[in-house]
Design a protein around this ligand. Structure first.
Ligand code: NAP
Length: 290
């Protein structure tokens, strides 16, 4: 019996690529500082969700690393929608603030869409405002949403051609799946979006040249869903039974079939953070007509 030769995927190292991006951002921020331009990011967190707390702390660290000021607003879980909207209004008018990020999820009594729509589009560094979403649809944008843009940077860094490829995105959230599909389409990928009502999910995934998983379920992507030589991009961030961070892909099994794979941790996560810094820099440059 002929045995399948074991393939070893190349790892796309998000930590390394994001470090390169942040170094370039720091250099630009220093140049702007010499011209008297300081860059600031405001991060708003409502409640005490531990995962959100970690993300906010990481964003503060990133700001320090690239030489931005960070302004944190940690509001209690009982904060009303009106109070939050008032704060967003103040930040919109604050000259020290170039980017405003409201950490999601918000408590259930607050309408997320209302809050995101209240952020000034020029300071919407997450690119979740409907105006920015529309710009992304037509391919004429100021900011790209951080996670999908981070994925595109990874594909670019690894010199993976998207044009003409079968791209399958699992997940259709507004923050990952939908914009991810749009960015792949802009690069001329032939894109299929899968979700919880998709029939023949395994077969569809097994036809992908580029498979992006943004589901939020540990070991959701199994080896039989991966075509030999496919590129596997794992957006998922889950905790396994030991409490360790893991993605959506059964990493070891997929590693043997894929040509490229992104690890978790150290893959898409750091890229998302780097793009947030990039968007904040872009906002500061736009404000100063640079
Ligand atoms: P989400 O809003 O919960 O969306 C999950 C998507 O997965 C939905 O579209 C859902 O389909 C789909 N899905 C769920 N079960 C499925 C199934 N059995 N078959 C097919 N599709 C299924 O999550 P999200 O915000 O997009 O995030 C997805 C994952 O990415 C999470 O683990 C999150 O923590 C992670 N994430 C990582 C980063 C990063 O920087 N690395 C950034 C953001 C998010 P329906 O729409 O039909 O329900």
């Amino acid at each position: 019996m002929k045995r399948r030769k074991k393939r070893m995927a190349k790892i796309i190292d998000g930590k390394l690529i994001s470090a390169k991006i942040k170094t370039a951002i720091r250099a630009e921020a220093n140049t702007l500082k010499e011209k008297g331009i300081e860059i600031g990011l405001a991060v708003v967190i409502v409640g005490d969700d531990p995962a959100s707390r970690v993300y906010v702390n990481n964003k503060k660290k990133d700001c320090e690393e690239v030489g931005f000021s960070s302004f944190e607003y940690a509001l209690p879980g009982e904060t009303t929608q009106e109070e939050l909207l008032k704060l967003v209004g103040e930040l919109n008018n604050d000259n020290q603030v170039n980017g405003i990020l409201v950490q999601l999820p918000l408590p259930p009594h607050i309408n997320e869409n209302k809050v995101l729509s209240a952020i000034c589009p020029d300071k919407d560094v997450d690119a979740f405002h409907p105006e920015n979403v529309g710009h992304i649809m037509v391919g004429d944008y100021k900011f790209l949403p951080c996670t999908p843009a981070g994925v595109m940077e990874m594909l670019d860094d690894a010199e993976i051609e998207v044009s003409g490829k079968n791209c399958v995105v699992i997940g259709r959230s507004n923050i990952v799946g939908k914009p991810m599909a749009m960015l792949l389409l802009h690069k001329n990928g032939t894109v299929t979006i899968c979700h919880s009502k998709t029939r023949n999910l395994k077969e569809i995934c097994a036809g992908a040249d580029i498979l992006v998983a943004a589901v939020g379920k540990e070991k959701f992507v199994t080896a039989d869903m991966v075509k030999e030589g496919a590129v596997v991009i794992d957006v998922g961030m889950n905790r396994n039974s030991e409490g360790k961070l893991c993605g959506d892909a059964d990493y070891n099994a997929c590693f043997d079939k894929a040509s490229y794979i992104t690890p978790v941790p150290g893959g898409v996560g750091p890229m998302t953070r780097a793009v947030l810094m990039k968007n904040t820099l872009t906002s500061a440059k736009m404000k100063n007509n640079i």
